[in-house]
Ligand binder design. Structure first.
Ligand code: G4P
Length: 528
């Protein structure tokens, strides 16, 4: 098999979705440990509180202990190459998370066994739904008292609308946790705090009748397990790879990330069954990963990853072909040809120059403001990948300058920060206001901080009477012109030059929609 095909097929590119505190960081760290990408427990965790070059680039982030930006971690496991795309934990940066989800082939959902399905998990699942992204589930914190496993599966099914196929089943919980039973392998893995890091380091019984098992977990636990399994095997579907790949069924694992427990079982199953890079739609055709010509799209731009260099890095997901250092690529939005010699790859805590990259990989392109989110790169074919959305912001502020002479710098800063997706930026047709839109209020703080830090502009943001925004489209040019004239007061141009209706109230938007049935009011804008 040609190398390109081999490499493509062994890629597994995914992201972890969860509600804050469910254990995403802990699980990430354990996965990296299994992959040999980090040596020590605690390395990922420390990102949350201390400043490190790759992840925490900003003092604001440090103060709040949140990860504003996401990074990419690659590690080998069992002959496969795993690309784990990190997502910001804080809800205020959910736009960033949504876009990361456009660059993965599957997702892993982490649920806290005491809390069940939480609000942010629901939102993120909705996003996965948009592309029928296959999802695996890890129910975490078994070492604590939680809800009954059957109840948890019921909740996932009813709230998230996805069938659950349990692959492992817990034996007890909290203080009574004895282990898990692997339904597909017919193995009992005993919970031994401080051990369980690898199979060699674990006590495993083959089958429920294995000698010594009953002594190990106790007669009572054994009886309970048999009863529950009878119920589960009767009621729950068994794993069906087709249903999983279609996004209709999620295989479920139980464990305790902080204790390493159940994590390797999950990872083994993941590399075996999670999808390799999938075809992606463009404006003209679907591009298959096996195609020989390089293509990819930018789903994220991150500033100041290395404060010493003040650079900005555009993260490109490779969708087809092979990237080779020094090759030429065309940025299809501008038609410009660029030679890329120093793209970066990301290995947990380090970044280095990448020589070759294959579909599913993410490479970092140095960016001096010419690359924007959603940009497609190819070897010349004039296509653009679709489906990388901008979401209608829900919060709006008017930028005010302390020093009016800094107007130019402010405009430049806002334009660049909106290209990065840090905020959205609207210029009303009828005034000189600069209006910012965001999904979460912390985004404004980040923007204010970065305007000062990177553009030397002191800006404040004050309330403005805009309650929601919609991108407007109309196939009838004359109608659109009429709409523009009549509604100029409520129209603005966004950072990408698109026409947007900025509604002072929801009722106003509703009236406008009723009055102008020919005009479409979209609540997302796809990056062109
Ligand atoms: P997040 O990234 O999803 O926000 O979650 P994170 O991994 O930071 O985990 C949130 C808290 O849950 C952490 O505790 C972490 O140690 C704990 N945790 C993760 N996995 C397990 C588990 O399997 N069992 C139990 N009992 N706890 C778990 P913390 O108190 O916030 O931080 P720390 O001081 O313990 O590190």
């Amino acid at each position: 098999m040609p190398i390109h095909l081999q490499e493509t097929r062994r890629r597994r590119t995914f992201a972890i979705v969860s509600h804050p505190d469910a254990g995403k960081t802990t699980l990430t760290e354990k996965l990296l440990l299994f992959g040999g990408a980090i040596q020590m427990a605690g390395s990922v965790k420390s990102r949350k509180t201390s400043r490190s070059a790759t992840s925490d680039w900003m003092a604001l982030e440090k103060e709040r202990g949140i990860s504003v930006t996401s990074s990419v971690m690659q590690f080998p496991y069992e002959g496969k190459i795993v690309n784990l795309l990190d997502t910001p934990g804080h809800a205020d940066f959910s736009e960033d998370t949504y876009r990361v989800l456009t660059a993965v082939d599957s997702a892993l959902m982490v649920i806290d066994c005491a809390k069940g399905v939480e609000e942010r998990t629901i939102k993120l699942m909705e996003v996965c739904r948009l592309r029928d992204t296959p999802i695996m589930t890890f129910i975490n914190k078994l070492d604590r008292e939680g809800r009954s496993p059957i109840e948890l599966l019921d909740e996932v099914e009813s709230v998230l609308g996805i069938a659950c196929a349990p692959l492992t089943w817990p034996i007890g919980m909290g203080k009574r946790l004895k282990g898990v039973y692997h339904l597909a392998l017919d193995e009992v893995h005993i919970f031994e705090p401080g051990k369980n890091f690898t199979r060699q380091d674990s006590t495993i019984f083959k089958g429920l009748d294995a000698p010594g098992l009953e002594e190990a977990i106790g007669v009572e636990a054994m009886r309970e397990l048999r009863e529950e399994l009878e119920l589960v095997q009767g009621a729950a579907p068994s794993f069906d790879i087709g249903e999983y790949l279609a996004g209709r069924q999620t295989p479920v694992f139980f464990g305790s990330a902080v204790n390493n427990f159940g994590v390797q079982l999950l990872l083994d199953f993941f590399v075996e069954n999670a999808p390799s890079p999938q075809p992606r739609d463009t404006t003209t055709r679907a591009i298959e990963p096996e195609e020989e010509k390089l293509s990819g799209f930018v789903f994220k731009i991150q500033a100041n990853m290395d404060p010493a260099h003040r650079d900005r890095v555009a993260f490109m997901r490779v969708c087809s072909g092979t990237y080779k250092a020094g090759m030429k690529m065309v940025q299809t939005r501008t038609g410009k040809e660029v030679r890329i010699a120093n793209a970066l790859t990301f290995m947990a805590s380090d970044r280095e120059i990448v020589e070759t990259a294959y579909p599913g990989d993410v490479i970092g392109l140095h960016n001096h403001g010419t690359i924007t989110i959603g940009d497609t790169f190819t070897e010349g074919e004039p296509v653009s990948f679709t489906g990388i959305p901008n979401f209608a912001p829900e919060l709006f502020r008017r930028a005010q300058l302390r020093d009016p002479l800094k107007m130019k710098a402010l405009q430049k800063g806002l334009a660049q920060l909106s290209e990065e997706g840090a905020t959205q930026f609207f210029r009303p047709l009828m005034s000189n206001d600069l209006i910012l839109g965001a999904v979460g209020v912390l985004q404004f703080e980040v923007v204010a901080y970065r305007l000062k830090d990177e553009y030397n502009v002191d800006a404040t943001f004050e309330p403005v009477t805009v309650s929601t925004a919609r991108w407007v489209h109309c196939d009838d040019e004359k109608k659109l012109e009429e709409f523009r004239e009549k509604n100029a007061m409520n129209l603005a141009i966004d950072g990408a030059g698109e026409l947007v209706y900025i509604a002072p109230t929801r009722v106003n938007l509703q009236l406008a929609q009723e009055r102008w049935p020919q005009v479409r009011f979209a609540n997302t804008r796809e990056h062109a």
